[in-house]
Write a protein that binds this ligand. Structure first.
Ligand code: FAD
Length: 404
């Protein structure tokens, strides 16, 4: 199979639509909701309804489409560009508009991606149209998600959940939260399962919302779970503890979502590059693609280097999504794309502030905001260091206990 790095023709219209939505709904509201932290961006309701319509017709850009297809059917169809690539391209365009607002889009949460990836048919139907956040992180558990302390104890037809969850994106606004908890800490990672907890379930208490450096339009919640009872049918995936399979079930979601976080970084970095090019050209800087960078002005040479880095991140993200669409194992490529794009997003947006000087630093342009917004993309869904660790383990054939 060969990979074609052009945007597939069938997705061109979607990319245009996503770009138009980002320009019309996100950009004009970017500064407003950066300043009005924790205020729900009501302008998103109409856009979310439009996206729901597109998703229902199978043309959506939302978090609903990351399920892997049926192997036999895929083989018959041959090389394909599917929902992973579609979602990736849509995410890039939307984040060209605003990352914080994309993360605030109703019904497009990380929990929705988890449900789309691992829920059974009955659960898919039950949570259709619901907005789902994802709660993995705890006060003592960040990068090492295998160290989760929240517990789930079986009690008849229910599980009883206890623990604390922090930094839950969209936690306050979502209809439900996918909570990771362990059935038995002694059984290690294999005993970690995810449970859908509906907001308003007794004992599921919102402690506070965080104030943040960037993506301030997005709410980030801290929860306490005090004897929260959820029905056994709210467990996503298999209830069995399979020590052979280990963490594979719950981690599967990341192969789909890491390329999307890469896409967010690629989108915001492209916004910065475009604005910086405009400012540089207005001040008389010529960026020439036919001459070696070292023979051009320092600003032009830096810009060319940033664009090259951006391109590398873009291509890695396309590859990871394309592999998922073609049912090829893509954990390595998903982490490579996330590592490269996460770092490139931060580097590019900050260097753009540097290149444009006082203009870039002031609130007269969005450049300073994009530099703040991009940092999170190198932290959540696995930090830069964790992605590098995963890549190293895969390349060297080492297990997580051999290389940590
Ligand atoms: C705005 C925001 C939104 C978030 N949204 C969500 C969400 O929706 N759901 C959710 O569950 N979580 C969410 N998170 C949490 C996020 O995923 C974690 O912050 C992230 O996993 C890192 O964990 P930590 O902050 O505990 O850092 P730590 O794990 O304590 O790491 C601290 C530093 O040490 C480094 N480090 C850790 N281990 C190693 C190692 N083995 N080798 C080398 N370096 C290492 C890390 O890379 C990092 O630089 C969010 C966080 C933020 C800030």
């Amino acid at each position: 199979m060969t990979i074609n790095l052009e945007i597939p023709k069938k997705f061109e219209q979607l990319v245009e639509q996503a770009h138009a939505a980002a320009a019309e709904f996100f950009r004009p509201n970017s500064r407003k909701y950066d300043q009005a932290e924790h205020t729900y961006p009501k302008e998103l309701d109409m856009l979310a309804a439009l996206l729901d319509g597109l998703s229902a017709s199978g043309n959506g850009t939302g978090a609903g489409g990351v399920r892997r297809g049926d192997g036999k059917k895929d083989k018959e169809q041959g090389n394909r560009n599917g929902s992973n690539l579609q979602l990736l391209l849509g995410t890039m365009e939307m984040c060209w508009g605003d990352v914080g607002l994309l993360l605030s889009m109703p019904r497009q949460g990380l929990g929705n991606a988890a449900i789309a990836s691992v829920a059974n048919d009955e659960q898919l139907e039950r949570y259709k149209g619901k907005w789902a956040a994802m709660a993995i992180t705890e006060p003592d558990t960040g990068s090492d998600s295998g160290a989760i302390r929240a517990t789930a104890v079986k009690d008849g037809d229910h599980y009883v959940l206890n623990g604390e969850k922090i930094f839950v994106t969209s936690g306050e606004r979502a209809d439900c939260v996918v909570v990771w908890a362990t059935l038995d800490r002694n059984l290690g990672k294999a005993a970690i399962k995810s449970f859908v907890v509906d907001r308003g379930t007794p004992g599921f208490e919102l402690v506070r919302l965080e104030h943040k450096l960037g993506i301030r339009a997005s709410d980030t919640a801290h929860f306490r779970l005090d004897n929260v009872r959820v029905h056994k049918d709210n467990l996503l995936g298999s209830p069995e503890v399979n020590t052979e399979q280990g963490f594979a079930g719950v981690m599967q979601t990341f192969d789909n979502t890491r390329p999307l976080v890469a896409a967010m970084a690629i989108g915001v970095a492209r916004a910065s590059l475009e604005e910086t090019r405009r400012i540089l050209e207005e001040s008389g800087v010529v960026i020439d693609y036919d001459r070696p960078a070292q023979t051009q002005s320092a600003a032009a040479a830096t810009f060319l280097q940033l664009e090259a880095d951006w391109e590398a991140a873009y291509l890695l993200a396309l590859e990871a999504a394309w592999m998922a669409d073609n049912r090829k194992p893509n954990s390595l490529q998903a982490s490579m794309a996330k590592a490269k794009a996460g770092r490139t997003g931060s580097d590019v947006t900050l260097r753009c502030v540097e290149l444009t000087g006082s203009l870039g630093y002031s609130e007269n342009s969005l450049l300073e905001k994009w530099a703040r917004d991009s940092k999170i993309l190198d932290i959540f869904e696995g930090t830069q260091q964790i992605q590098q660790l995963i890549v190293a383990r895969r390349l060297l054939g080492k297990s997580s206990s051999e290389l940590k």
